[in-house]
Design a protein around this ligand. Structure first.
Ligand code: TMP
Length: 396
């Protein structure tokens, strides 16, 4: 049974940046109710009523995974590790985005699947790329003959697909007998610990735990045998999954993670009720900080036009009254307006100037990278505001 525990209100699609703020465009903007639910049987946490993926993963999709050094490094590291550990002949990536992972492999080894046509076009010239959603019929089409994949990799994608049953069944039928599925997604334990409620948005249909993943894949003849904690997206888990009868033994690392999740009571509804109270408190604290700073005539901007800041701004009703503009390095976000709150987005070169007093860390998951980059801003007295793990002004 699914039980709702968090209501983040009316939300737009978090990656749907608006080309203009004309009345005509704004009146057509799509909103949905973002309720988050807990499944008392599988312990899966999900958006109660997911949005149709056809609306989300279009040829206008803005997110580019290679935009940050942190992600580029993370993908090249895991690519080398998978090559060494499993010596795969065929590697398939589900959700290949702009090719940040596959570019670490020889062309002949790669099959890429990417439903956003604008992104698929970026890799199609060099790698075999299917511009489609991952489904059973696509799996059949790709592996029509006897070929199968030795490694299937998918980062920040499986959690975006509403139909997990079909997803894992299609993976099971595409893996070689000793093949390995490696997925990484934000970790539910990190979300609870960091109070990072902004990991919930239209694309994160699920925020997984190891407990829930192991329950869900069992139905598709798959088995979780290893997991590791990684730092990306504010704390993620990387899961290693094989066919039920494959040779891999359950690792100590996985057992440790499962024990930690049980200790944190991720399999109990009351944990989520407590979390929901803390989220409301975080909202009040953030609004209070913005109000106080505005009373003192401070100029506040936001750093990184992220899906996370979209959830925060829409949930907390923070718009241009508080935030002058958002800076972002992504060229196709610049010149546009944030979803729902319609705050203009400009480049950091233009935006991070002398007049800025405070910058809200919309990309808090890249805090280290950003603080290093923005030494000048900090040196002249500029300050960052973050809401994770609790609302505060960061002074150095
Ligand atoms: P993500 O959290 O969804 O990966 O998005 C991060 C966004 O933040 C992406 O649009 C790029 C932007 N960004 C900056 O503008 N400056 C930075 O220094 C970093 C690391 C990211």
């Amino acid at each position: 049974m699914k039980k709702n525990f968090l209501n983040l209100g009316k939300q737009p699609l978090a990656n749907s940046f608006l080309p203009t703020n004309s009345k005509k465009i704004l009146s057509k903007e799509f909103f949905y109710n973002l309720n988050v639910a807990f499944d008392t049987k599988t312990f899966l946490v999900s958006v109660a009523k997911p949005v149709n993926p056809e609306f989300q993963y279009t040829d206008q999709y803005a997110h580019r995974a290679s935009e940050s050094i942190t992600m580029r490094n993370s993908f090249s590291k895991i690519a080398n590790k998978l090559n060494k550990k499993f010596s795969p002949k065929i590697v398939m990536e589900i959700g290949s985005n702009d090719g940040v992972f596959i570019r670490n492999f020889e062309k002949r080894k790669i099959i890429a699947v990417e439903p956003c046509k604008n992104l698929a076009r970026l890799t199609a010239g060099k790698y075999k790329t299917y511009p489609d959603f991952w489904t059973k019929s696509l799996a059949k089409k790709i592996f029509r003959k006897s070929k199968s994949a030795d490694v299937i990799f998918s980062a920040n994608t499986i959690s975006h697909i509403p139909d997990l049953k079909q997803t894992f069944e299609a993976i099971e039928s595409s893996l070689s007998p000793q093949g390995v599925l490696v997925i990484e997604d934000p970790s539910l334990l990190s979300v609870i610990k960091n109070n990072s409620y902004d990991q919930f948005y239209d694309e994160h249909v699920y925020v997984f735990s190891a407990i829930a993943i192991s329950n869900v894949i069992r139905k598709s003849n798959l088995r979780l045998f290893d997991a590791e904690k990684i730092k990306t997206h504010g704390g993620s888990l990387r899961y290693y999954i094989c066919k039920k009868n494959a040779k891999y033994k359950t690792t100590n690392n996985l057992n440790k993670i499962l024990t930690e999740e049980k200790k944190a009571k991720l399999n109990q509804f009351k944990t989520y009720k407590k979390f929901s109270k803390k989220v409301k408190q975080s909202k009040n604290n953030l609004i209070n900080i913005f109000k106080k700073l505005k009373k003192r005539n401070k100029k506040i901007i936001s750093y990184g036009a992220t899906y996370k800041s979209s959830t925060v701004f829409n949930y907390c009703n923070i718009g241009t009254k508080y935030i002058d503009y958002v800076t972002d390095t992504t060229l196709n976000k610049q010149g546009k307006f944030t979803p729902g709150k319609h705050i203009p987005i400009i480049s950091p070169e233009k935006g991070m100037n002398e007049s800025v007093d405070y910058a809200f860390l919309g990309a808090w998951n890249f805090k280290k990278e950003i603080l290093k980059k923005e030494k000048e801003f900090i040196k002249r007295g500029g300050k960052f505001i973050s809401h994770v793990p609790s609302v505060k002004i960061i002074s150095s």
